[in-house]
Design a protein around this ligand. Structure first.
Ligand SMILES: *Cc1c(COP(=O)(O)O)cnc(C)c1O
Length: 340
């Protein structure tokens, strides 16, 4: 069943469909520990702009709506090393919107790699106006206040929430779910699970909403929380999935049991490295030549590896990991990978 996404204004920021590849090198390295699971990766780090990452699918719809509403300026919020902020800056540059970013010092670090390299370096390169705030500041309130001031000068401004995870932004991952269903049919592979990291929850929410609106099981999507606790992430994912469903299929709603989130691989907190994350990033780099990121996909892949080794997936299960990008985060944290 088609989601009829052409109803919504949209720009093209990633090639559609992004490729799905088998993880053969990793699979042979895991050997018996793989327990007969068939591992695949969907390359949502491949893109037309900005170095790539999952925020671009959301920005296709967010900037599409901004363009059709006549906006000339977009403002968004995030942590100092936000991938979403960097990709908003890049896409705004290409699509000719002015861009302002309100970034909070959420992670307790003051070293120059964190404060000036990685995404933060690229924000400047893409020409965004950056406002840095304390870790506990209300960045969305600051962004709204700035938007009001700019509107008073006659500018037409749209503000995107953290991670671009509004209902409109999450449509990007409903579109991804539609792509996965079509690719799965073309490949003759039925995915038992679609795995992603969960930060601002829009990726999981969009996948679950899209699957459900197509008449598929929303529980195919499973996420590992890296920002909120499991309970908070479940509640946020459910609320966002239902807000997205209200756009796709008014009247349809998901239940709490439709949202599968695992909160046990976040470690001490958002952006704080864990040994399992380091192992996952190194293993994929050295067996596949592919880069996970330290904040999101590294922890999610660590969770997937843990669960495969613990026998939580059945022999023969095809498991699709969503590669969500975030490579600049590695350059904000080289010390986390210093060989001991
Ligand atoms: C933002 C992000 C995620 C999580 O996506 P949400 O929609 O915020 O849950 C995963 N991976 C990377 C690299 C990200 O930047």
């Amino acid at each position: 069943m088609s989601l009829d996404l052409d109803r919504f204004p949209r720009l093209a920021l990633v090639p559609h469909p992004t490729p799905i590849q088998p993880l053969n090198g990793l699979s042979s390295a895991l050997g018996a520990a793989l327990n007969g699971v068939r591992l695949f990766m969907k390359r949502d780090d491949i893109a037309y702009v900005g170095g790539g990452g999952n925020k671009l699918r959301k920005l296709e719809f967010l900037l599409g709506a901004a363009r059709s509403d006549g906006a000339d300026t977009v403002i968004t919020v995030g942590a100092l090393q936000s991938n979403h902020a960097r990709l908003t800056a890049a896409a705004a540059a290409r699509e000719n919107f002015a861009c302002e970013l309100f970034l909070t010092r959420t992670v307790p670090r003051t070293d120059p790699d964190y404060t000036g390299n990685g995404n933060r370096f690229l924000d400047d390169l893409f020409g965004a106006s950056v406002h840095e705030l304390a870790g506990d500041a209300d960045s969305l309130a600051a962004a709204e206040a700035r938007a009001a001031a700019l509107r008073a000068e006659g500018r037409r401004v749209q503000v995107f929430p953290s991670g671009g995870s509004s209902a409109v932004g999450s449509l990007g991952y409903a579109a991804c779910a539609e792509e996965i269903v079509a690719q799965s049919e073309a490949m003759g592979v039925t995915f038992a699970h679609i795995i992603t990291a969960n930060g601002s929850a829009g990726t999981h929410a969009g996948l679950a909403a899209g699957l459900f609106a197509m008449g598929r099981d929303p529980k195919l999507a499973k996420s590992y929380a890296v920002l909120a606790t499991q309970g908070q992430a479940e509640a946020e994912t459910l609320a966002k999935a239902n807000a997205t469903l209200a756009l796709l299929k008014p009247g349809a709603t998901l239940d709490p049991s439709d949202v599968v989130v695992d909160g046990s691989h976040r470690g001490p907190g958002y952006g704080i490295p864990t040994d399992a994350m380091r192992e996952a990033v190194r293993l994929i780099a050295r067996t596949e030549g592919v880069l996970l990121d330290p904040v999101y996909s590294g922890k999610a892949f660590a969770g997937l590896l843990h669960d495969i080794r613990a026998g939580h997936y059945r022999p023969g299960d095809a498991v699709l990991f969503l590669m969500t990008g975030g490579v600049p985060g590695l350059f904000a944290s080289p010390s986390a990978f210093a060989e001991g």
